[in-house]
Design a protein around this ligand. Structure first.
Ligand code: FEO
Length: 165
């Protein structure tokens, strides 16, 4: 095995955290769909897909370096939110928590002189900057829009179309 037992265990924790984040986004997407906010529901579904990809990326890395993948149960996500702002601020907090966990992994890789894992984690460090930044932007827009959530729908639709081109 090319990684330490401790690193193997921490990477398994991160796989669980990414799947939990995916599950949370899926629950948020369903909550938004129930509010008839179809575009935001779509945006959060896309986040769910990305989090699953993150989990799978780490899972494949563990396999590649000869580690053992141990899958944990994914906790039942919160499903009742009082409004869009509550959903987006929870998503932002989740992204900050994931960032802290990635940073802890990076610290461990450095202390173990595990340069392969450090190099692998760099993509996640960059990705978290992007995710925290875009969720912060979305939260600011939601706050500015106040009760006018349809304005947020229009803006997010515009953004998603722009990303496709
Ligand atoms: Fe995979 Fe958004 O953390």
């Amino acid at each position: 095995m090319m990684i330490s037992t401790t690193m193997n265990a921490k990477l398994n924790d991160q796989i669980a955290a990414e799947f939990a984040a995916a599950h949370a986004y899926l629950a948020m997407s369903c909550a938004l769909d129930r509010m008839a906010l179809k575009v935001l529901a779509q945006r959060f579904l896309k986040q769910h897909d990305e989090e699953r990809e993150h989990a799978m990326k780490i899972l494949h890395y563990v396999q590649e370096v000869g580690g053992t993948v141990t899958l944990d149960a994914v906790a039942k996500p919160k499903k009742d939110y009082k409004n869009v702002e509550a959903i987006v601020s929870t998503a932002l907090q989740n992204e900050k928590d994931i960032t802290a966990k990635i940073n802890d992994l990076m610290t461990l890789a450095e202390s173990e002189k595990d340069y392969a894992t450090r190099s692998f984690l760099e993509w996640f460090v960059d990705e978290q900057v992007e995710e925290v930044s875009s969720m912060t932007d979305l939260l600011n827009v939601v706050k500015l829009a106040g009760d006018n959530v349809l304005q947020v729908e229009a803006m997010v639709r515009h953004q998603m179309l722009a990303e496709k081109t």
